[in-house]
Design a protein around this ligand. Structure first.
Ligand code: DAH
Length: 442
């Protein structure tokens, strides 16, 4: 049955509303407060404000900075692997859209900028959607080998592997484009290559540069290929450390490289690791656009960068089945982990799910599925395990559209009674009605 359901993934990814469409939707909402308080400071709101209180509460939780939390443990392992790199982990999540998008060459109409996909405090300030937002300032501060970990925010569907707050680590290494820099590059390439040659790792590689994954016009193709090669070796070596070290397995670690596109790198790649029978995409990377280095006042240099998702790695390495668990304050979760150690999570319970359906006629201006998911989260928090769009229908005569969502309520810490699930569902229904003026059908 579940396999036939229309998951929210499809509409959320495909139907990306642009800002003007979403603004009409926001204007239909209840009046907003004139300021919002974040990390102890007040910020003015305006016509694009869409941050909710359940998101505001997450700022400052800093899970990646807790040494005995799976996210802190993974961060620590990666930082220990990249010796000589500066580790940064305390940068505010409030950034300008210029930092998050423009500085990195995102086009004006990129879907990530839409109100349906990102959280805005006001027109001039947003929650970073990725750690790449800090590339320019970090390069500008003179860092040449650095790792930056942080919480990032994206409006998204609700299921076991998606949460509107997650954590990324950005890494970069700059080489001077002169004799000394190229010697450093050659020496380190030789060191990494010889370590990997002796290791139990199988790598499916692709050309460093190709017509579909081109060298930048500002770069000498040979230098760009050398930097890309060093990037690949550096990440293969990290993956070997993370995935190769556990148990007495004689199976090789399997890695495959795939061509990718990012506005701020060229050539660009994605990396997948074969783990427990599946290929997992774990990171994006590439040779940094020269315009980014120019903007950062880093002359005569060339750099690589990567960005990886800490939850994704931790879910696989610790066998954590649900992304909400990272936010648990339950001792039965927290007491299982200790600094520097990757251990297998032992589920302490699985309480029964309680699903309820909600059908309603959409308002004339429409309603983005992510807006619906945010109201669910803001009303019941982590008690919503999944939200699935199970039916959608447009009346042939009136042309009105109705949607039916199935919300699965499940606590990770206790059993929910039918009455409790009913009460949660009623709250969601009335918040949706009040916020969007929809007409509930059931
Ligand atoms: N920022 C990208 C994301 O969130 C990931 C990424 C890709 C980071 C390529 C990089 C990079 O530094 O070079 O999807």
């Amino acid at each position: 049955m579940t396999a036939l359901l229309c998951r929210l993934v499809a509409p959320a990814r495909v139907a990306r509303a642009n800002i003007s469409i979403s603004r009409r939707l926001l204007s239909a909402q209840a009046p907003r407060p004139s300021t919002v308080s974040l990390l102890g400071k007040e910020y003015a709101t305006d016509d694009v404000t869409n941050i909710t209180s359940s998101i505001a509460e997450k700022l400052g939780r800093d899970l990646h900075r807790k040494p005995a939390h799976p996210l802190g443990i993974i961060r620590g392992l990666i930082e220990a692997h990249f010796t000589g790199f500066t580790a940064i982990s305390d940068v505010s999540p409030l950034v300008t859209p210029a930092r998050n998008f423009d500085d990195l060459g995102f086009p004006e109409d990129h879907p990530g900028r839409a109100l349906s996909d990102s959280y805005y405090i006001n027109r001039g300030l947003m929650l970073r959607t990725h750690t790449s937002a800090h590339e320019v300032e970090t390069f500008r501060a003179g860092e040449r080998k650095w790792l930056l970990s942080a919480d990032v925010y994206r409006r998204d569907e609700i299921d076991a592997s998606h949460y509107p707050v997650f954590h990324q680590m950005e890494g970069a290494r700059v080489f001077s484009n002169d004799k000394t820099g190229m010697q450093e590059l050659a020496n380190d390439t030789a060191r990494l290559a010889s370590e990997l040659e002796r290791a139990n790792i199988e790598i499916e590689d692709i050309p460093h540069i190709s017509s579909t994954n081109p060298v930048q016009p500002e770069h000498d193709p040979e230098t760009s290929a050398l930097v890309a090669h060093h990037l690949k070796l550096s990440l293969n070596s990290l993956i070997l450390k993370l995935f190769g070290g556990h148990g007495a397995s004689t199976e090789p670690v399997r890695v495959r490289w795939i061509e990718a596109y990012f506005p701020f790198t060229s050539p660009s790649y994605e990396v997948e690791v074969f783990y427990r029978g599946k290929w997992l995409e774990i990171l994006g990377c590439g040779v940094v656009k020269q315009s980014t280095l120019d903007r950062s006042n880093v002359p005569d240099s060339i750099s690589w960068a990567f960005g990886l998702g800490l939850e994704r790695l931790a879910m696989f390495l610790f066998s954590i089945p649900d992304i909400r668990l990272f936010w648990s304050q339950d001792e039965r979760f927290l007491s299982q982990f200790s600094p520097g150690k990757v251990t297998t999570f032992k589920a302490y319970s699985k309480y029964p799910p309680n699903s309820r359906d909600l059908s309603f006629w959409l308002p004339g201006t429409g309603l983005h599925d992510n807006d619906f998911c945010d109201v669910v989260r803001d009303t019941v928090g982590d008690l919503a395990e999944t939200v699935e769009l199970i039916d959608q229908f447009t009346h042939p005569k009136t042309k009105r559209t109705s949607k039916c969502f199935r919300i699965n309520y499940r606590s990770m810490d206790k059993s929910l009674t039918d009455e409790e699930a009913n009460a949660l569902h009623e709250q969601v229904a009335s918040r949706v009605q009040e916020k969007f003026g929809v007409e509930i059908r059931n």
